[in-house]
Ligand binder design. Structure first.
Ligand code: 4NP
Length: 166
């Protein structure tokens, strides 16, 4: 079944997951239009509370704005247990996010919602989205391209099931 509510998760919720949310939203909008994309619910969260209520890192904002995607309205929040109920799919950026969210899961239904975001592009390879926080600006463009490719691969996977994306 195609998920309609997706949560993107990283450590700080100011770099990778806000960009993932913005890119996915933009591609979804391009693919199915604004009316249908309103039926989807996208959000992002961090495993930590380090940056609660902060806007995305300025480098993350700039690297997405170059591609005409504005993520400046997003605000960081920590993952909470109720997210397992609210979301169909929980996309994590790296192995430590995966371990941390898995530890919080209470049952197999919760557990089955957690996926590495790059799994659509590289199935069974446990590939991770590198954390660009401590690097330079080129790290953000690299991460943007990875997240865009992964988003397209998930959307293509889901749209291969006839009309299910709508
Ligand atoms: P993110 O990057 O998990 O992609 O948002 C990070 C942001 C902040 C920190 C670590 C990673 N930090 O340690 O403050």
């Amino acid at each position: 079944m195609t998920p309609k509510s997706i949560l993107f998760v990283c450590l700080g919720n100011i770099c990778r997951s806000p960009v993932a949310q913005g890119v996915f939203q933009s591609l979804l909008h391009d693919r199915i239009g604004s009316d249908l994309s309103k039926k989807w619910f996208l959000d992002s969260a961090g495993t930590s509370d380090y940056h609660t209520q902060e806007a995305p890192d300025i480098r993350a904002q700039q690297s997405t704005l170059i591609h005409n995607i504005d993520i400046s309205h997003q605000r960081s929040r920590q993952f909470k247990l109720d997210d397992f109920n609210k979301f169909d799919q929980i996309f994590v950026m790296d192995a430590s996010n995966y371990t941390n969210i898995l530890k919080l899961s209470k049952n197999p239904i919760h557990k089955n919602k957690i996926h590495l975001f790059l799994d659509s592009t590289y199935p069974n390879e446990n590939r991770q989205v590198p954390d660009p926080y401590f690097g330079g600006n080129d790290g953000f463009e690299n991460v943007f391209q990875m997240l865009k490719k992964a988003s397209l691969d998930w959307l293509n996977k889901w749209t291969s099931v006839k009309d299910s994306i709508k």
